[in-house]
Design a protein around this ligand. Structure first.
Ligand code: 3H9
Length: 650
């Protein structure tokens, strides 16, 4: 199939670009479009050109896969200028999304029309770059500086209707896009053409406007949004060519940045993870109704996530009171959505009407999937699965949400073990995106595929994890905490370590985070392992828990807290309790602290890979980004460690 085809009728040439999957502007496409402009300009039969795309979308942008290589001509800014300078006016006919370079191609066209439901945007800042083909220069000339700032600095696309309102589009069409755009072109030819976008005037804005825009756009760790604002300001105050030169230089500089490399890595990882190669061609089982066992925080969050995705849900609890509490927990999630304006009161009622709370396992008979989220104790879980075995259809997928127990032990006596799988949600389950999917050696491929399909439906990021203690995420967390404790033992101040990790980009350091979540959870796990005869050395955290310092909830953990204030204060009591285990105080640069802790995470990640617990380093990075707050712009611990090693070697 050629990348570009053209059909001329009644003086209108319809050019169709077909470069699956998203018509990205690869080198071949840029060259093809360039040649097409020349050819149609030379064709006396052609009076105007309609540019459409085949497949699911208009041009989704530059081909991000080419970003690692030197740019090859024709460069995109030149192509946009060439389209704009064409003798025959071009009309961009947009369906799906016109994003990044795709929208910039549209900016070069004399007109932009879009199908209802389409969207347009300049999402480059999400990739750590800025628009590099006149997005920051032509957009303010087309729609004004305010609209341009909104589009470029947020990186959020807008709907066609909104785009029309903002002046980004000339018309929103319905029905057959090509036919309607052709009619639009014929009509447009009857009146004088509007000026090319680059030739339109732009009104500069006040210093106060730019100061406010910077405040709104600033995002920790991200330089692209502010650099984009610099370019937009230049575009509104300086001649077109000068602004173009500044945009290009900024684009090329940022394209080579560590931030952009990390965000690109995450972009591709997120697109690959939901479709593991091993599941190619495997059909998931249909899921039309779900059951959830346990209405605590975790179970209620899972039930709410399923219900929000449109599944009717049966919630099982052990007695009437617990059922009522579980239903109230679920309702609280939807009430929160109402408060944030994401759901109406009627919507909340509709969601809750789709949840059946009961103590009767027989109500699970028509569920296609049941997720257990009860207390983390093997006996309790086994008893639940015995009930499930008795009441669920043999083809219903049965899942455990265990985070530390061995799923194989939970399912030991389950008939039809091929339908069993671990689905490890993260709390709060209706918000956190990560879903660790843990098959056993008995799990059938279509059950694994069902878990991935469920993740997609729930808007989660699925990552397959093999069986080991803590799976991927909690195993790395344990190593990270152990390394942080080792630093404390070596004399580094607790508050310095937390500050270092905040400086690296995490919301909280390892000790603040433990104080928030509670030190007792991990303590009880260690105690359990000790009781089972495992050799688990006493940690510094154990000493604190034994002294009743379990975190914020007990007024102190690694830090002291005063009632009603979450601000951590350095604790003299902690210093006293740990005195015998801590070496003399020593200074360590924060950057070095962060590198050591992230290095430990990556080392554990490597062990996880060597054992086949994760499918690849990118999956580990997704676990950390979507489950543990690792900064996206650092790409995840595996990416970060690999880049750091490459930089050291260079
Ligand atoms: C840019 O344009 C810079 C310019 O200003 C300046 C240049 C000088 N390139 O998301 P999906 C692949 S920066 C290459 O699952 P959907 C994706 O990896 C760019 N490949 O589909 C996947 O591949 P595979 C600014 C791309 O229907 C497949 O397409 N543009 C690109 O859910 C399907 O992707 C953006 O940031 C690309 N640009 O969503 C837009 N985009 O099948 C990024 C996608 O092999 N793209 N792929 O795994 C999107 O937001 C979504 O892909 C889109 C479709 C909404 C278009």
């Amino acid at each position: 199939m050629p990348l570009l085809t053209v059909k001329t009728e009644g003086g209108i040439a319809v050019v169709t670009l077909d470069n699956p999957p998203v018509n990205a502007l690869s080198h071949g496409v840029r060259q093809g479009l360039w040649d097409m402009v020349e050819r149609l300009d030379a064709d006396p039969e052609v009076r105007a050109v309609v540019l459409t795309c085949a497949g699911r979308t208009f041009i989704a942008g530059a081909d991000v896969r080419e970003f690692g290589k030197p740019p090859e001509p024709p460069h995109l800014p030149d192509l946009v200028a060439r389209i704009e300078a064409a003798e025959k006016p071009w009309v961009a006919a947009i369906h799906g999304s016109a994003l990044g370079g795709g929208f910039e191609i549209a900016l070069g066209c004399r007109f932009r029309v879009a199908l209802e439901g389409a969207s347009v945007g300049l999402p480059e800042v999400n990739l750590g770059i800025i628009p590099g083909a006149s997005g920051t220069v032509r957009t303010p000339r087309l729609a004004g500086v305010e609209a341009a700032v909104q589009l470029v600095a947020s990186g959020k696309p807008v709907t066609a209707a909104k785009g029309l309102e903002m002046g980004l589009l000339d018309a929103v069409l319905s029905g057959d896009l090509t036919a309607e755009a052709t009619v639009f072109a014929c009509t447009a030819l009857k009146t004088p053409l509007p000026a090319a976008v680059s030739a339109r005037p732009v009104a500069p804005m006040s210093d106060a406007f730019w100061a406010e825009a910077r405040k709104v756009a600033a995002k920790p760790g991200h330089q692209a949004p502010l650099r984009a604002l610099d370019c937009l300001r230049a575009a509104s105050e300086r001649p077109f060519e000068e602004a173009m030169a500044q945009e290009r230089a900024t684009f090329l500089e940022l394209r080579g940045s560590e931030e952009a490399a990390a965000l690109r890595h995450v972009f591709f990882a997120e697109r690959a993870a939901p479709r593991p190669a091993a599941l190619a061609g495997v059909e998931p089982r249909p899921v039309a109704k779900a059951g959830v066992i346990g209405g605590g925080t975790m179970g209620a969050g899972i039930a709410a996530a399923c219900r929000a995705a449109g599944l009717p849900v049966v919630l099982i609890e052990r007695d009437g009171e617990a059922v009522a509490r579980g239903l109230a927990n679920i309702d609280r999630v939807f009430a929160g959505a109402v408060k944030r304006g994401k759901l109406t009161e009627a919507g909340r009622a509709e969601k809750m009407a789709g949840v059946t709370g009961t103590t009767d396992y027989a109500q699970l008979a028509d569920c296609d999937l049941v997720i257990e989220a009860v207390f983390e104790e093997i006996g309790v879980k086994r008893a639940v699965f015995a009930q499930l075995a008795a009441h669920c259809r043999p083809d219903a997928v049965l899942a455990t949400n265990t985070s530390y127990l061995d799923p194989r032990a939970i399912a030991e006596e389950l008939p039809h073990p091929e339908r069993f799988i671990g689905l490890h949600f993260f709390s709060p389950a209706h918000i956190m995106k990560l879903l660790e999917i843990v098959p056993t050696s008995d799990t059938a491929p279509e059950v694994l595929a069902t878990a991935f399909a469920l993740a997609k439906r729930l808007g989660k990021m699925p990552v397959r994890a093999g069986i080991c203690e803590g799976f991927i995420g909690n195993r790395i967390l344990r190593r990270y905490r152990a390394e942080a404790e080792a630093l404390v033992a070596s004399g580094v101040a607790i508050a310095e370590i937390d500050a270092a990790m905040r400086g690296f980009g995490l919301k909280m350091g390892p000790f603040e985070a433990q104080d928030l979540g509670g030190l007792d959870i991990a303590f009880l796990q260690r105690e359990g392992a000790r009781a089972a005869g495992q050799e688990v050395p006493e940690t510094l955290g154990d000493i604190l828990v034994r002294a009743s310092r379990k975190g914020q909830k007990t007024g102190g953990g690694w830090y002291d807290y005063v009632e009603g204030d979450r601000k951590p204060r350095v604790s003299p009591q902690v210093a006293e309790l740990l005195a015998g285990r801590i070496a003399a105080a020593r200074e360590m640069a924060r950057e070095e602290i962060a590198e050591q802790l992230v290095g430990a995470m990556a080392a554990e990640g490597q062990a996880i890979l060597d054992e086949g617990i994760a499918d690849g380093p990118a999956e580990i990075d997704l676990v950390e980004i979507h489950g543990y707050g690792f900064p996206r712009w650092k790409g995840g611990p595996m990416h970060h460690a690999a880049r750091a090693a490459a930089l050291r070697a260079a």
